[in-house]
Design a protein around this ligand. Structure first.
Ligand code: KIV
Length: 263
């Protein structure tokens, strides 16, 4: 599929609610694609529930490319967006464009996401978009800056922070992003940003007034033992998985005549 980034502004004009889910491998990708997600995001959040890191920072560009290739194989048609990992793009514009170019060339994904809205990132995004690579923005709680923030706390609560995030979102739109993730900010700020922009906002922990919503699929499925306060599990696959594994172990230990793997 050829990405038509203008489609997103069109969706915004039509008031279409955009559903975004993350994926990290072939199976998770097939699942969210079959469910009809509008965008599949290979989010660097996978560093935590999937890879067991405490933050998203350790994930490398090579690891991201490895996972994005699996996702692309499971998602033949839907738009796949891939996060640029920490320090694959912050150092220089050239580094960012090389990383973004590698992602498109090596994985078959059609767009990248970069965190932040400060001036250097805005300039990097402008250059990347001019080079023909669609970019999604991300402001508010940007987890790659967790050590700067001190925690994964809500951003934009003070007037000063709120103004900064609002202006960052405007600057990202001018830089040419086709949509912007708003993470863990007050609902009224997300609502104000969504009204001011012509590109869609995709919220997570940012209230109901965003143009779309994104959920991390391991949170959707209740796979990990911890979820952020704003994530809603729709099923508890962790508990179901543990029960299934226990039943199997029990079958084996009882030398059951018909454990499912020995039928
Ligand atoms: O990495 C990720 O999954 C994300 C979403 C939370 C938007 O950036």
């Amino acid at each position: 599929m050829i990405v038509n980034v203008h489609q997103f502004a069109q969706w915004k004009r039509e008031n279409k609610a955009i559903a975004v889910l993350t994926a990290w491998d072939y199976l998770s990708a097939q699942m969210v694609d079959a469910a009809g997600a509008d965008i599949v995001l290979v989010g660097d959040s996978m560093a935590m529930p999937v890879m067991g890191h405490e933050t998203t920072l350790p994930l490398t560009l090579d690891e991201m490319i490895h996972h994005a290739k699996m996702v692309r194989r499971g998602v033949p048609k839907t738009l796949v967006v891939v996060d640029l990992p920490f320090f694959s793009y912050q150092v220089s514009r050239e580094a960012a464009m090389n990383a973004a170019g590698r992602i498109l060339k090596e994985t078959g994904a059609q767009a990248v996401k970069m965190e932040g809205g400060y001036q250097a990132i805005v300039e990097t995004i402008t250059a990347t978009v001019e080079a023909g690579i669609p970019v999604m923005g991300h402001v508010g709680l940007t987890p790659q800056s967790v050590y700067q923030f001190g925690s994964f706390r809500k951003q934009g609560k003070s007037a000063e922070e709120s103004d900064r995030i609002f202006n960052e979102a405007l600057a990202l739109e001018r830089a040419g992003v086709f949509s912007i993730v708003l993470e863990h900010i007050p609902n009224d700020l997300a609502s104000k940003i969504s009204s001011a922009l012509t590109v869609p906002t995709i919220g997570i922990g940012a209230g109901p007034d965003c143009d779309g919503q994104v959920l991390v699929t391991s949170d959707l499925l209740g796979l990990s033992d911890w979820q952020p306060p704003f994530a809603k599990p729709y099923v508890n696959l962790r508990e179901q998985g543990i029960s299934a594994a226990k039943a199997f172990c029990e079958d084996v230990r009882q030398r059951s005549k018909s454990p499912k793997n020995a039928q």
